[in-house]
Design a binder for this molecule. Structure first.
Ligand SMILES: Cc1cc2nc3c(=O)[nH]c(=O)nc-3n(C[C@H](O)[C@H](O)[C@H](O)COP(=O)(O)OP(=O)(O)OC[C@H]3O[C@@H](n4cnc5c(N)ncnc54)[C@H](O)[C@@H]3O)c2cc1C
Length: 229
């Protein structure tokens, strides 16, 4: 897919506005403007309102933009030479009460054995502006608690603060406040002129996951093909 699409991809081009005043969409990004008969906005509703829509959007869609906010979960991964937890008969998977890491999974990549931990949302918000060394120390302390002192002997680690990423504003998914879908639910998927809405939050199956994101893309493509037929 990436190979087939690559010639048509424009990277590092944040979209600032979509003007559909004359029925055709003009999408203006930092690297240029594009005209199209149809546009798919495949972003979380928590950030798709950052784009300036002209001549504006229906109340239901605005309600969706205002009613969703991003989660604040992140991942911490520590790399080890050996899967030492297996020597103890442990699977590497934990559902615990630890903070910041309360869920872990084991993984393997390029010769490294990996313990991956989800950093829960409240803990991540607290650590967003902490030193990285503090974050690493706290995560490793949880791994030690779960798997033993060998967890301190990691050879490398990886962490990404999604909350601070301006084009995501968090993860893994946007969630709506109570009542938002009841009042404004039609705005989640209903096209506005030439603008169609995709992204995992619009999927009615596996919303919040890659599966939902792919399904939403297929649904938006079907909408457009049916419309243009
Ligand atoms: C820490 C973490 C762990 C996760 N773990 C899993 C997992 O184990 N399994 C799973 O299935 N899913 C997981 N997810 C969720 C999964 O990543 C999402 O469901 C999926 O990426 C959603 O895809 P999407 O296409 O809807 O949106 P996104 O992947 O968010 O894509 C939206 C894109 O829009 C871009 N964008 C934003 N604003 C603009 C703009 N103004 N102009 C142009 N482009 C813009 C963004 O840069 C981004 O590339 C995880 C997510 C996180 C953060």
């Amino acid at each position: 897919m990436a190979r087939e699409l690559s010639a048509h991809m424009v990277y590092n081009a944040p979209v600032r506005s979509i003007d559909y005043t004359d029925g055709i969409a003009t999408v203006t990004s930092d690297v240029g403007a594009y005209r199209a008969r149809r546009v798919v906005v495949a972003m979380s509703p928590a950030i798709s309102g950052q784009i300036d829509y002209r001549p504006g959007l229906p109340a239901a869609r605005i309600g969706i933009h205002r009613g969703y906010r991003m989660g604040a979960v992140s991942k911490f991964a520590a790399l080890y030479k050996r899967p030492f937890w297996r020597d103890k008969g442990l699977s590497g998977q934990v559902y615990g009460a630890g903070r910041p890491v309360d869920v872990t999974f084991e993984s393997y990549a390029e010769g490294n054995h990996i313990l991956m931990g989800f950093i829960s949302a409240d803990a991540m918000r607290r650590l967003d502006h902490a030193r990285e060394s503090t974050l690493v120390r706290e995560c490793i302390a949880n791994f030690v608690e779960y798997f033993g002192p060998e967890a301190r002997d990691f050879v490398d680690y990886g962490v990404f603060k999604w909350d601070l990423e301006p084009w995501s504003r968090g993860g893994p998914v946007a969630v709506s406040r109570p009542g938002v879908l009841t009042k404004y639910g039609t705005g989640l998927r209903e096209p506005v002129g030439p603008i169609h809405w995709a992204g995992t939050e619009t999927s009615d199956y596996w919303t919040g996951y890659m599966d939902g994101a792919v399904r939403s893309g297929r649904r938006a493509a079907r909408e457009i093909l049916d419309d243009l037929r």
